[in-house]
Design a protein around this ligand. Structure first.
Ligand code: NAD
Ligand code: ZN
Length: 368
């Protein structure tokens, strides 16, 4: 079907966000009721016929059936491959299991992968697609708010190793992203909440109006909010798709201190978005000290985070020393240089090397 003309004749038409990465581009479709259209939409860009739907036990149970049905209806031959839920599935062992299951189902280099789940499944299934038969296409069907506004866009895929998070991976852009906002209804409230942290990050670095939107979480139009966030991430990815120019670094706003907090909590205590909320507040404080960010702006971000029910204070038993020790182990602290993302004003961000360890310690102390 030609979408550039006569689009209004298709009642299910959703205007895609176009994501450009290097010399390729793909559509991100965002809206309600899209799970039922995964097959039809995929058929516009991929042929198959064989494919693997990779899900975790939760997303397979909730949404495996409609997605499998939709793919079959569009003429594909899908196999459902399920892994245990949670970060623990992002391992080489699970990657091997998934690839073995794909071989067993006689997938080959003409086949493709559908990632049906949150960021864990997006990263694992995307990496499986990147390496299976030296690379097959994949479709991202993100089912958490975090995955819809962030991880499904941009092509970063990975698994964890004993040495650290996301240490093995590939940049492998999806052929299509299908975000059905209806699936957010079944997300546990804590999982929904943590997605707001990345939205607030996007607000600070690119679009302060989003802070007003998240101020009334109960009234949120998720299709509009996810779309705006995908546009923001896509604009950054378009400038630096392989993360080589330092442009994509702005997406790490709040993530330096945030990762330190995640690590200090042994990756169990805080969900990613919870640690990032504290990291965003820390980065705002550093920005007040080093980049001309105003106290009133910092307060606005604080109110947004607290209004979403996300943490604004570090628990007393998470020691500042544990956080600073974790910072020193961060990839961004190579050769003792601190490359830190600051915001000079709401809606803008850049990398700087003007930040010192003392600035970070002071910002962490202010989270008490
Ligand atoms: N590739 C990237 O650019 C990028 C960016 C940010 C984060 N990540 C990665 O994302 C991962 C975190 O993703 P996440 O927070 O989505 O976690 P997740 O994938 O583990 O999902 C969280 C929980 O929600 C459940 N779930 C998912 N969708 C559901 C739904 N619609 N209804 C009910 N339950 C549902 C899952 O089974 C899981 O138990 C991390 O591994 C992180 O490294 C990647
Ligand atoms: Zn993040």
């Amino acid at each position: 079907m030609n979408r550039s003309a006569g689009m209004s004749s298709d009642p299910g038409f959703v205007k895609p966000v176009i994501v450009r990465a290097g010399d390729i581009s793909y559509e991100a479709l965002i809206g309600a009721g899209l799970l039922q259209r995964v097959g039809h939409e995929t058929a516009r860009v991929l042929r198959g016929p064989r494919c693997a739907v990779i899900a975790d036990a939760n997303t397979a149970g909730l949404y495996g059936e409609p997605v499998m049905h939709s793919l079959k209806e569009a003429g594909f031959a899908p196999t459902l491959v399920s892994v245990p839920p949670g970060e623990g599935a992002k391992t080489l062992e699970q990657l091997g299991r998934v690839c073995d299951a794909m071989s067993e189902a006689r997938l080959d280099r003409t086949s493709f992968v559908v990632a049906l789940g949150g960021g864990v499944i997006g990263d694992l299934a995307g990496f499986a697609a990147a390496v299976f038969h030296r690379g097959v296409p994949h479709v991202q069907v993100p089912t958490t708010l975090l995955a819809q506004v962030d991880s499904s866009i941009g092509g970063k895929t990975a698994v964890n190793t004993a040495a650290g998070k996301n240490l093995l991976g590939a940049v492998h852009q999806p052929a299509l992203v299908v975000s059905d906002v209806d699936v957010l209804r079944t997300l546990p409230p804590r999982e929904l909440r943590q997605g707001f942290a990345e939205i607030i990050k996007h607000a600070v670095i690119a679009d302060p109006a989003l802070l007003d939107v998240v101020a009334t979480p109960a009234a949120i139009d998720f299709a509009a909010v996810v779309r705006r966030n995908v546009e923001i991430k896509a604009a950054v990815v378009a400038r630096d798709d392989r993360d080589l120019l330092g442009q994509r670094a702005v997406l790490n706003f709040g993530h330096t201190i945030g990762h330190g907090i995640e690590r200090a909590g042994d990756y169990r205590r805080f969900l990613h978005g919870e640690a990032i909320s504290l990291g965003i507040l820390g980065a705002c404080e550093v920005s007040v000290r080093r980049a001309g960010f105003t106290e009133a702006e910092r307060r606005k971000v604080f109110d947004a985070i607290s209004g979403c029910g996300l943490p604004t204070r570090l628990p007393a038993d998470v020691s500042s020393d544990a956080i600073t020790a974790a910072l020193a182990a961060d990839k961004k602290f190579e050769r003792g240089e601190i490359r830190f993302v600051v915001t000079p004003r709401l809606g803008a961000a850049h990398l700087t090397d003007a930040v010192t360890m003392d600035d970070l310690s002071a910002a962490i102390a202010k989270l008490r």
